[in-house]
Design a protein around this ligand. Structure first.
Ligand code: COS
Length: 387
């Protein structure tokens, strides 16, 4: 068994790390404070192939696979979590279009998303009254001649204020059909009848916009449907399985940054005549942070490796996302504690990491939803095995 990344994976990781340290890290505090990611950062990610790591080169992607994607998101998140989520979601959307889309849909969107300078890919599943339970959505699409007409509202759409394209889920069969009456549409960011709302005033990830959407007679051509009619729910679930590897990786990157900064601080700061890192109270925190980061990394690598091998990975992605996100919150909380009063100020990055990490236990499926996915899978597996 060899856990060493391959040559392409190492190359992508090195490329992402170099860009993160040289370009993104020095801007991260400003991205948070100014609530905006400079275009040059998004373009730079595109130039390096990091906006479409697991999309085929024929479609403009890097074709480097799911493991390389996870490694790259970690590196960018270590510098800036807002940039990392923007990158992760755009990758997820490009991948979904490449995988489930018709050739003309993939040709139309994948290259532009990969470039990073033509707007982002956004995932519009959640609604004001349907977050964890997207099967209860009420946004609808009715067929009128050669068009679909979308009506309804979406909520919590990451990157939505700068979208090139939204993947939008809408009901195309009566509510009683539940998850079997939902279809998926590609809606351009400037589509008539689509209104992008005011960005949420969030606790963290402030560089990445989160907006509500309103569809009021939003007309899209029949060719905008992604996948088959009434089979959109499964596309959402499959895309989210991959997205959860992205968010696990984001959480790991944030936790790594918190750990590294804590180690630096523990070496510099003195109390009771020695560097605070010499006190057992601090050593134990650093050891726990390190252990959590390493375990989360291994779990995320397992999920990404299974995905790349085209084997089932839904449960493993949920485990990775659950553990990595909860670990990141714990590690960032420890980082603030290690920094003492300074950790509670904007003079150090620890407080930003804690605010950013908190989102990772909520979006792309809360920790509670990950537990449902894991438990259901385990119950099904053990029940089948016991028969
Ligand atoms: N891959 C492929 N298909 C899947 C799947 C997956 N990971 N998960 C579920 N499905 C399929 C099921 O097999 C089922 O198919 P059939 O219609 O053929 O039976 C269908 O989808 C419905 O599945 P299920 O009955 O399990 O749906 P539920 O409504 O019970 O929901 C959970 C299941 C809770 C897992 C789902 O609603 C979920 O992930 N919720 C969280 C959503 C989320 O992450 N939102 C954040 C959005 S981004 S901010």
């Amino acid at each position: 068994m060899d856990l060493t990344p391959g040559e392409t994976q190492r190359l992508v990781q090195r490329t992402a790390r170099e860009f993160a340290e040289r370009v993104v890290m020095p801007l991260a505090a400003g991205i948070d404070a100014n609530e905006s990611i400079p275009d040059a950062v998004l373009r730079g990610l595109g130039d390096l192939g990091l906006m479409a790591v697991n999309v085929a080169p024929e479609l403009g992607g890097a074709g480097a696979g799911a493991v390389a994607f996870a490694l790259a998101v970690q590196e960018i998140a270590r510098a800036c979590a807002s940039t990392a989520v923007t990158m992760s979601v755009t990758n997820m959307v490009g991948e979904a279009i490449a995988h489930f889309g018709a050739a003309d849909q993939a040709a139309r969107y994948c290259g532009e998303l990969a470039r990073g300078d033509r707007g982002l890919g956004c995932f519009a599943l959640s609604e004001p009254d349907a977050g964890s339970d997207p099967g209860a959505m009420t946004t609808s699409a009715r067929r009128e001649g050669a068009e679909w007409v979308l009506e309804g509202a979406k909520q919590w759409i990451s990157g939505g204020s700068a979208a090139r394209v939204f993947i939008v889920w809408a009901r195309t069969a009566p509510p009683e059909t539940g998850t079997r009456g939902i279809s998926c549409f590609l809606v351009d960011g400037d589509a008539p009848g689509l209104r992008v709302g005011r960005r949420e005033d969030k606790m963290g990830l402030r560089g990445s916009s989160t907006v509500p959407l309103e569809f009021a007679g939003c007309r899209v051509p029949a060719s905008a449907m992604l996948g088959a009619e009434n089979e959109g729910f499964k596309i959402a679930m499959m895309a989210l399985d991959g997205g959860r590897i992205g968010i696990a990786s984001q959480a790991i990157g944030i936790a790594r940054a918190a750990l590294e900064e804590s180690v630096r601080y523990a070496n510099d700061r003195r109390a009771f005549g020695v560097a605070i890192g010499q006190h057992q109270a601090i050593k134990w925190k650093l050891a726990d942070m390190n252990t959590r980061v390493d375990a989360a990394h291994l779990l995320s690598m397992r999920a990404a490796w299974l995905k790349e091998a085209r084997r089932p990975f839904s449960r493993e992605a949920a485990i990775a996302k659950l553990f990595a996100s909860e670990s990141a919150v714990a590690a960032c909380n420890d980082a603030v504690q290690i920094h003492g009063g300074y950790g509670y100020t904007r003079d150090f990055a620890a407080e930003r990491h804690l605010r950013d990490a908190r989102a990772t236990t909520i979006y792309e499926g809360t920790s509670e939803i990950q537990r449902i996915v894991i438990a259901r899978s385990e119950l099904a597996r053990l029940t089948t095995a016991g028969r």
